[in-house]
Write a protein that binds this ligand. Structure first.
Ligand code: ADP
Ligand code: MG
Length: 692
C-alpha cells in the first residue's frame, strides 16, 4: 500500500492543489467564495475550469460530470468527455468556465413531486464550490446543487446549504450578544458512522429479494443469531479485513477521513466512522462512502448491504449522525467551557437544541422516515420511533438545579446562577453510555441515532440546522431587547428547561415503560413513514422552513409527495418480489418435497413406517396455509391500485400489503425450517450471516 499521507486527498482538487495550480488572484477570490459559502464569481470560472481540467487529465481523467443528489437519495451523474472537435478532424480537450458553473442534465426522470411540469423537464446543476471537485473512475466529479427552471430545489444539497446559512446567521447573532466580534462564521459539523452488512456475492445472487429489494423478505432464523455478542468488536476476518484495507485506501484518495472500523453487534455487520467535517462535505462524503463500499465489496466477491433491515431477528443498520456547531475560530459551541461565561453560552446553545428537538419531533422523525427504516425504529434494537434527548446524569442534575433555582450538589458550595459560577467539568466518557437514546448528548456533540443506513444524511441535517436556527432566532430576539443581559439569559435558560423538560429522558429507550411514559408526557410516537409524512404539511413546519428560507411551501409539498410515492413503490416491489419467489420457487419446492415424502412413504408401505407420514401431516397444512396467505397478498396488491391519492395508497400499503407479507412470511419461515436443505430454493440465514 502506498504511503497514506501521500495518497490522502490525491484525487481531490483541494485547497493545496488549488493553491498550486491556480493563479494567485484567482486562488484568493475562490478561497473567499468558499469561506463565505457563496456561488462562484463567473469572472474566474474559466481559469478555475482550466486548472481543474489540466489537473484531472494528469490524473487520468477523460470525462467530467456534474455530481448531484436528486431526491432519490442516491447520487446522480451524467458523464461528458472533455473532447471537442477541431476543424481539421482532430480533437482537443476542453472544459470551460461555463461547463464548470452550470449544467443542464435532462432531468425528466428524477422525482420532482410535481415541481417540474413535463413541458419543462429541464433541471439545472450548479457547482457548490464549498465541496471540492474529485476524480472517481476517471471522471472529474463536480459536486453540484440541482434545481428547476423556476429555481426550486430538486435535490438534497440545496436546502442543506440554505439551512447552514440559516444557522450561521442566527448563531452569529447570539455570539455577538455575548460580545464576540471575532467569529465570522458558524458551521455545523457532522461525523456519520456508517453500518453495513457484507455477504457472499454468490449467496446474494441466489436471492431475488436481495437483488430487487436489498433485504430478505423471509428466511428462517439460524440456530445462532447475535445472542452471544461474540461479533461486536471481535477479530475481523481476513476477507473482510482485505475489503476494509482497500476501502480505506480508496476513501483516503478521495479525501475522506475514514478513521475507525469494527465489527458490529450482528454477525456479518460492520461499521465505518470518519472523522467529522463541515456538514455539507460530510454529506457528500457519506454518499461517496456508500458508493465506494458497494464497489469494493464486489471486487472481493461480496455484496455490501446498506438496507436498514436485511435480516429479521438480527440488528438492523443505522447511521449515527454526530452533530455539533463550531466557529471559524475553532470553538465547539456545544463544548461546556471552563469559565462561567463560556458555560452560560454553552447552556444557551444546549437549550436551543433541547427546545428545537421538542418542538420539532415530527420533523426529525420524518427526516429519517423510509420503508427500510420503519423495520428498525422501535424494533427493540434501534432507537424507538419516539424522539427524546439523553443528556447524562450530570448534565441533567445541572439542569434540574437551574430549573428549581437550587444548588447543584456537584458544584459544591456554589449557587447555580448562570453567568456567575463555574459549572463542574462535564466528563465526556460518562455521557456516551446510553445506546438506546435516539438523540444523545455525547460530551461536545449530539448523536442522532435514528437515521437509517441507506439514507442520505442531508435531510436530517437540514432539519437539525433549521430547527436549531429557529430556537436561536427566538433567543436572540429576546436577548437583544433585554436591559440586563445576565438576568435575561438566566430566565431564558430556566424557562426553556421548564417548558421542554419532557423531551429529556435518560432511561432505557427500548422498554415498554418508556412508551407508556412518553405517551403521558405527550411525546409523539410516529411508528411508520405513513404516520410521519404529514409533518411536511404541518403549518408550523411550513412557517419554520419559509422563515429561514430553507424550503418553500411548494418544495415541502414536493418532498411529501416524493416520500409517499417512493414508499408505495418500494412496498409494491417488495410484494411483487415475494409473490414471484413463492410462486416460482417456494411452491414447487414444497410440492416437490411433499411428493417425494409421499412416494417414499408409499414405497415403504407395510413396514410400519411413520416418518414420512408424520412429516406430511406437518407440511400439508402449512402448504395449504401458504397458499391461502399468498392469495391474500395477491388481493391486497391488486387493491392497491384503487386507493386514490398517494397518502391513501400508502396507508393501504402499510396496513394491508405489508401486513399480508408479514403473515405470509410466518408460514414461509415455518416451512423453511421443516424442509430439506436440498429442496429449499434459497440461501439460508445461517449461510449468509456466518460464512464470510
Ligand atoms: P463513539 O461514538 O464510537 O464513541 P466518538 O464519540 O469518538 O466515537 O465519535 C463518533 C463520531 O463523532 C466520529 O465520526 C467523530 O468524528 C464524530 N465527532 C467528534 N466530534 C465531533 C464534532 N464536534 N462534530 C461532529 N462530529 C463529531
Ligand atoms: Mg457513536
Amino acid at each position: 500500500m502506498a504511503d497514506t499521507t501521500t495518497i490522502f486527498g490525491s484525487m481531490v482538487f483541494n485547497d493545496a492543489t488549488m493553491r498550486e495550480k491556480l493563479p494567485k488572484d484567482v486562488y484568493k477570490t475562490l478561497k473567499k467564495t468558499i469561506q463565505i459559502g457563496r456561488t462562484l464569481d463567473p469572472n474566474i470560472a474559466g481559469a478555475v475550469a482550466h486548472a481543474m481540467k489540466e489537473w484531472a487529465i494528469e490524473k487520468g481523467a477523460t470525462h467530467f460530470t456534474h455530481w448531484f443528489q436528486p431526491l432519490t437519495g442516491v447520487t446522480a451523474e451524467k458523464h461528458d468527455s472533455f473532447i471537442s472537435p477541431t476543424s481539421d478532424g482532430h480533437v482537443i480537450l476542453e472544459f470551460s468556465g461555463k461547463e464548470l458553473i452550470k449544467g443542464e442534465p435532462d432531468a425528466s426522470s428524477f422525482p420532482s413531486g410535481g415541481l417540474r411540469a413535463t413541458f419543462e423537464a429541464r433541471g439545472y446543476t450548479a457547482w457548490d464550490p464549498t465541496s471540492y471537485a474529485f476524480i472517481k473512475d476517471n471522471t472529474l466529479c463536480i459536486p453540484c446543487a440541482f434545481y428547476s427552471y423556476g429555481g426550486e430545489a430538486l435535490d438534497k444539497k440545496t436546502p442543506l446549504l440554505r439551512s447552514m446559512e440559516a444557522i450561521n446567521t442566527q448563531a452569529l447573532r447570539v455570539l455577538r450578544l455575548f460580545g464576540n466580534t471575532t467569529v465570522r462564521r458558524v458551521l455545523t459539523t457532522v461525523g456519520a458512522e456508517q453500518e453495513y452488512f457484507l455477504i457472499d456475492k454468490s449467496l446474494f445472487d441466489s436471492r431475488k429479494d436481495l437483488i430487487y429489494c436489498g433485504r430478505t423478505l423471509f428466511g428462517a432464523r439460524a440456530p445462532k443469531g447475535q445472542e452471544m455478542d461474540d461479533h461486536y468488536f471481535g477479530a475481523i476476518k481476513p476477507r473482510v479485513k482485505a475489503f476494509m484495507n482497500e476501502l480505506n485506501e480508496e476513501l483516503w484518495k478521495l479525501g475522506i477521513l475514514a478513521k475507525t472500523e469494527h465489527n458490529e453487534a450482528a454477525p456479518a455487520q460492520h461499521e465505518l466512522a470518519p472523522i467529522y467535517t463541515t456538514t455539507n462535505i460530510a454529506v457528500d462524503h457519506n454518499q461517496i462512502t456508500m458508493e465506494v463500499m458497494k464497489k469494493i465489496a464486489e471486487r472481493h466477491g461480496m455484496v455490501c448491504l446498506l438496507h436498514e433491515k436485511p435480516f429479521a431477528g438480527v440488528n438492523g443498520s443505522g447511521k449515527h449522525n454526530n452533530w455539533s456547531l463550531s466557529t471559524d475560530t475553532g470553538d465547539n459551541l456545544l463544548d461546556p467551557g471552563k469559565t462561567p461565561f463560556e458555560n452560560a453560552q454553552f447552556l444557551l446553545f444546549l437549550c436551543a437544541v433541547i427546545k428545537a428537538v421538542d418542538e420539532y419531533q415530527d420533523l426529525l422523525r420524518v427526516s429519517v422516515a423510509s420503508p427500510g427504516n420503519d423495520h428498525r425504529l422501535g424494533a427493540h434494537e434501534a432507537p424507538p420511533a419516539i424522539i427524546s434527548i439523553f443528556l447524562g446524569d450530570e448534565l441533567e442534575a445541572i439542569l434540574d438545579a437551574i430549573e428549581n433555582g437550587s444548588t447543584y450538589a456537584g458544584a459544591e458550595k456554589l449557587k447555580m446562577e448562570i453567568g456567575v459560577h463555574v459549572l463542574p467539568n462535564i466528563p465526556k466518557d460518562t455521557t456516551d453510555r446510553n445506546r438506546t437514546s435516539p438523540f444523545a448528548f455525547t460530551g461536545n456533540k449530539f448523536e442522532f441515532r435514528m437515521p437509517g443506513s441507506a439514507l442520505s444524511i442531508a435531510g436530517p441535517n437540514t432539519v437539525l440546522n433549521t430547527i436549531v436556527a429557529e430556537s436561536l432566532r427566538q433567543f436572540a430576539e429576546r436577548l437583544e431587547e433585554a436591559d440586563d443581559f445576565t438576568a435575561a439569559i438566566n430566565g431564558l435558560i430556566r424557562e426553556t428547561i421548564q417548558k421542554h423538560r419532557r423531551i429529556i429522558f435518560n432511561g432505557d429507550g427500548y422498554s415498554a415503560e418508556w412508551e407508556a411514559e412518553a405517551k403521558r408526557r405527550g411525546l409523539l410516537n410516529l411508528r411508520s413513514t405513513v404516520d410521519a409524512a404529514e409533518a411536511f404539511r404541518a403549518k408550523k413546519n411550513i412557517r419554520l422552513f419559509t422563515t429561514h428560507g430553507v424550503l418553500t411551501e411548494t418544495e415541502l409539498q414536493s418532498r411529501y409527495e416524493i416520500l409517499l410515492e417512493s414508499y408505495n413503490k418500494v412496498i409494491n416491489i417488495e410484494a411483487l418480489t415475494m409473490l414471484d419467489m413463492v410462486k416460482k420457487d417456494v411452491l414447487p419446492a414444497v410440492s416437490g418435497y411433499t411428493a417425494e415424502l409421499a412416494r417414499n412413504w408409499k414405497e415403504k408401505e407395510g413396514f410400519g413406517n411413520r416418518l414420512e407420514y408424520e412429516m406430511l401431516c406437518r407440511l400439508t397444512p402449512l402448504a395449504d396455509e401458504m397458499y391461502i396467505r399468498l392469495t391474500r397478498l395477491e388481493e391486497a396488491v391488486a387493491e392497491s391500485g384503487e386507493q386514490g391519492d398517494a397518502a391513501n395508497t400508502a396507508r393501504h400499503m402499510h396496513d394491508a400489503v405489508l401486513a399480508a407479507m408479514e403473515s405470509l412470511r410466518e408460514v414461509l419461515d415455518e416451512l423453511e425450517s421443516n424442509l430439506s436443505a436440498q429442496h429449499w430454493p434459497y440461501a439460508s440465514y445461517g449461510a449468509m450471516l456466518f460464512r464470510i
